[in-house]
Write a protein that binds this ligand. Sequence first.
Ligand SMILES: [Cu+2]
Length: 215
Amino acid sequence: MAGRNPEPTPWKRRSLLALAGALGAGAACGRLTRRQPYPSGPVPNGRPTGPAVSMTTTTAREYLYLAVVTGTMLGKSGWPAFLPGNMTVPAHCVVLAEVHCLDDGVATVAGGYEQVRGTMGGSMQVFHAAAGPQTGEAPQTVQTVSPSAIAHTFTVSDLGLNVPLPPLSTVRFRFQTTGPGQHAWQCMASCGTGPGGWQGTMTTAGWMRGTLTIQ
Ligand SMILES: [Cu+2]
């Protein structure tokens, strides 16, 4: 049936996006706390008994899973990308982020972006394998990565957040979200095409830059 209903070229990207979506952010903080069923039977003082249902957001946690894939994986050579390229997390929340970097290449990083910044504790955990914790390896806690060993960065300048990603690694970090808003994120390692590697995926929304929505 070749030629019939040909797959559009970005099918791999959409498949990977769907996968990333399935892995990705879960319930919003305010909805994260499971409701406890109220017990049946007598209700003293007209009020239900049972465990208190906390709807505060200060202790709730949200998970954000990101993958960085190569252009070859997407069928677009030279165009590595974050999946998903735009992400949403709840406001006033501690986000536990995990980024799987499936890219084995390195890129030149702008000065200062080798430092971990804006995370809780000013550090991140690094597993030196894209499969991360599945390897059974104990992670290293680091505050910086050698500038010659960075594939990409996840940088949200508005929030002072910068996370350098070694090739074929998994990093975990936590950050506290602010109130609702939209913030541009971008990679600060020149992983794109063109002179200096700052074009192509680097300048295209949803690839090496995009929007982090806090809502
Ligand atoms: Cu990059």
